[in-house]
Design a protein around this ligand. Structure first.
Ligand SMILES: [Zn+2]
Ligand SMILES: [Zn+2]
Length: 66
C-alpha cells in the first residue's frame, strides 16, 4: 500500500518506520514522511518515551499518538 506525502508528494510506504499514515480521520487520509512532518513542525517527540510521537493532522488539527 502506498500513497503520496502530504508535503512533498513523494511516495509514502506505510510499512516503513519513518513513514506515517493518519487514518482515524473520517473524510481524509493523510500520509507523510517523518522528515517532512518534522520540517513542518507537526511531529512532536514525547519526552517520556522516545518511541512515541504526537502528530498534528495538517487537515483538521487533531493530534494522533504514534
Ligand atoms: Zn515527504
Ligand atoms: Zn485529520
Amino acid at each position: 500500500m502506498e500513497s503520496e506525502c502530504y508535503y512533498c508528494r513523494g511516495i509514502v510506504l506505510t510499512d516503513e518506520d519513518d513513514d506515517i499514515l493518519l487514518d482515524d480521520h473520517a473524510d481524509h487520509q493523510v500520509y507523510m514522511h517523518k522528515r517532512c512532518g518534522e520540517s513542518h513542525n507537526v511531529i512532536q517527540e514525547r519526552t517520556e518515551s522516545t518511541a512515541t510521537v504526537e502528530i498534528t493532522c495538517p487537515e483538521c488539527g487533531a493530534v494522533e499518538i504514534h
